[in-house]
Design a protein around this ligand. Structure first.
Ligand code: CDP
Ligand code: MG
Length: 136
């Protein structure tokens, strides 16, 4: 089924020059970039995006990390995009992220793990609304 998902290349991914690499992987897997932009997010949008993690021990560090530098946000579309893009990104824990995944190839930290992607259809809709409000 054709789906859209919200992907964010996090500050370390942008800083390390991995935007092209990440997009290239998705494109080779037949996904299409429907919208994209570079954003320097303020605290409120990051807190809203990661609302489900509010109050967890890593939350402050995560929000501060997201404001270290610009992020690259995109809407990615294709067959079963939500599940396939999550699989291509790999496990959030860099120690178990498999080689061949984006995190498994490039991350050496669980916080600084290069990419975010929506984990369900509801999350994708919600996150697209947050980062691309002009689309609604
Ligand atoms: O990003 P993903 O959906 O795979 O994982 P999550 O459990 O929703 O966590 C969101 C983000 O919080 C992760 O990608 C990490 O950047 C960060 N995190 C962290 O710094 N330390 C943890 N123990 C768990 C998550
Ligand atoms: Mg998540």
């Amino acid at each position: 089924m054709k789906e859209q998902t919200l992907v964010i290349i996090k500050p370390d991914g942008v800083k390390r020059g991995l935007v092209g690499e990440v997009i290239s992987r998705y494109e080779k897997r037949k996904f299409e970039i429907k919208s994209c932009k570079v954003v320097s997010p303020d605290r409120s949008i990051v807190e809203l995006h990661y609302e489900e993690h509010s109050g967890k021990p890593f939350f402050e560090e995560l929000v501060n990390y997201f404001m270290e530098g610009p992020v690259f946000v995109m809407i990615v579309e294709g067959n079963e995009a939500i599940e396939v893009i999550r699989n291509m990104n790999g496990d959030k824990n860099f120690k178990v992220a498999l080689p061949g995944t984006i995190r498994g190839d490039f991350a050496n930290s669980t916080t600084r793990n290069i990419v975010h992607a929506s984990d369900s259809g509801e999350a994708a809709q919600r996150e697209i609304r947050i980062w691309f409000p002009e689309k609604h």
